[in-house]
Design a protein around this ligand. Structure first.
Ligand SMILES: Cc1ncc(COP(=O)(O)O)c(C=O)c1O
Length: 399
């Protein structure tokens, strides 16, 4: 048996990437699979951003840069945080990394240690728990009721805090639920966290994919949290730049300096050409976002309507952001077809891939086993086709 590092051996591959990989394999085998598994916009990166990359390459910006990004990129991030979130950060309080994912892994590793607990309100993005475990700390899940829109209740938070609690991962709009916290809810959560030494990690990567205006930031509502808080953001979802790999974190100087040291030893600067493209994305015309968000909005309405028509799929809350729906499929548990029994959202996802050739992600790794996540980052035509197929497949399931 191959002997691996204990922490690496314990982690599973990302469920969302695994679901997508299986769908891609089937497509390569000639099967017409529709993927509702992907966590990325189906739009192309806007042209002016690509042109900035071409120009950077032509100008020879192909060398190492400072580890945490060029000063010009940090200035662009600084401006963005001010413009969109009304948050002030110095340049040495900002680090650019290869995606929000790397920024989060850096800070989680820099701040948490063995014996520390990090709270993860669930359902949650699959990677938070894995990152916390990889750092040697303990993920502690705080379930959020569907009847409360999958949002963290201040009392539940209060009860979850122990002397060992060192951090909390917040994510609004949420992957996978699409829940967006309002100012009142954030203020109530902030009240519990202010005055503690708990690191408040705010993952804002879907902030622009919202249907009721840009949400307020928890650090803006309660500025004292900024002293023990980190903002994470990314260009992946906002500017349709998932493959470019660029994201960032902002927070207190000591924490960012530690992340910088880690990144300097682990990987170095994020891609230099991508950095130039990111400056253009962040400081160039922001109107390019509008058609993408409008398209997501229309699809959200369509998808909510179609999901609610499927027998056994329940979607009590209309998601207000991101590009996912996370229906409850518990009514289908115990049904079967051709010897395939539905015992949870994961087995339903396998069934849908086999019978409907539609790829979705089961809820287990998000911390909500009786759910499936469907992404609507695909065309209306694909969505309609996928839902026709899902309806037909689900009709075959019998008790
Ligand atoms: C909540 C959340 N945070 C972070 C990320 C990572 O984004 P990036 O592409 O910037 O690494 C994702 C990607 O799916 C996400 O859903």
């Amino acid at each position: 048996m191959l002997k691996l590092n204990r922490r690496i051996a314990a982690i599973k591959p990302s469920a969302t990437l695994a679901a997508d990989a299986r769908a891609t394999e089937m497509k390569l085998a000639g099967i017409d699979v529709i993927s509702l598994a992907a966590g990325e916009p189906d739009f192309d990166t806007p042209v002016h951003i690509k042109e900035a990359a071409h120009a950077a390459m032509s100008a020879g910006q192909t060398k190492y840069t400072p580890v945490g990004g060029t000063a010009a990129l940090k200035q662009a991030i600084q401006q963005k945080l001010k413009r969109d979130n009304h948050l002030d950060y110095e340049l040495n309080e900002i680090i650019a990394s290869a995606g929000a994912k790397q920024a989060e892994a850096n800070l989680i590793n820099a701040l948490f240690d063995e014996g520390d607990e990090v709270l993860i309100p669930t359902p949650a993005w699959v990677s938070f728990a894995a990152m916390v475990s990889l750092a040697g700390a303990e993920p502690k899940f705080v379930p959020c009721a569907e009847s409360n829109g999958f949002m963290l209740e201040p009392d539940a938070l209060r009860r979850a805090i122990t002397p060992r609690t060192r951090g909390i991962m917040l994510n609004s709009p949420s992957n996978p639920t699409g829940a967006v916290y309002g100012a009142e809810q954030l203020t109530a959560i902030a009240k519990v966290l202010v005055g503690t030494e708990i690191w408040v990690m705010s993952d804002d990567v879907y902030e622009h994919v919202v249907y009721n205006g840009l949400p307020q930031h928890i650090f803006n509502l309660e500025p004292r949290l900024k002293d023990h808080g980190i903002v994470f953001n990314s260009l992946s979802k906002t500017y349709a730049m998932t493959g470019w790999r660029i994201g960032f974190a902002a927070g207190p100087r000591g924490a960012i300096a530690a992340a910088n040291r880690l990144q300097s030893q682990n990987s170095g600067n994020p891609n230099s050409v991508t950095q130039a493209a990111a400056i253009e994305a962040l400081t160039g015309p922001q109107e390019v976002l509008r058609p993408m968000v409008e398209a997501f909005h229309q699809r959200r309405d369509l998808v909510v309507e179609r999901v609610r028509r499927i027998r056994g799929f329940k979607l009590p809350n209309v998601p207000q952001g991101a590009f996912y729906v996370f229906p409850n499929v518990s009514e289908l548990l115990g049904t079967s077809f051709n010897g395939k029994k539905i015992i949870d959202g994961d087995s339903l996802a396998s069934f849908l891939l086999d019978e409907a050739h539609v790829s979705v992600v089961g809820g287990n790794d998000f911390g909500a086993a009786d759910h499936v996540r469907l992404s609507y980052a695909t065309s209306v035509e694909n969505l309609n086709k996928a839902f026709d197929r899902i309806e037909q497949a689900v009709a075959k399931l019998k008790k």
